[in-house]
Design a protein. Structure first.
Length: 109
């Protein structure tokens, strides 16, 4: 009989980090991407490992929040975007049903 052993399982979830929506010109999009890259904001998928979805969601949100803390609406305003420009930068994953679960977002304006 084994004692003191407990079964441990982990789950890997892939999260997409990037611009999930935008309105404006292609020049606006390029300026927004350049700004995000310059601030070190993740723009590619990342994998988080945890005990369950809630755990990996928490990790992804923490990574997103760290990046989003460096973003400034005042700095974005200085990029010279068109007056109608808007965008959403987000972190999201697909659930077991293929639905998108957004764990964090930054929206401009």
């Amino acid at each position: 009989m084994l004692t003191g052993c407990e079964e441990t399982t982990s789950k890997d979830n892939a999260y997409s980090f990037g611009i999930s929506s935008y309105n404006g010109s292609l020049g606006d999009l390029a300026a927004i991407e350049g700004y995000l890259k310059g601030k070190g904001a993740p723009l590619s998928p990342q994998i988080f490992t945890g005990k369950d979805d809630a755990d990996t969601d928490k990790q992804a949100k923490a990574a997103f929040d760290k990046a989003a803390a460096k973003l400034s609406r005042d700095e974005i305003k200085e990029l010279g975007l068109s007056s109608s420009a808007s965008f959403t930068y987000s972190a999201a994953r697909s659930d077991d049903k293929g639905e998108t679960v957004t764990v964090a977002r930054f929206t401009y304006p």
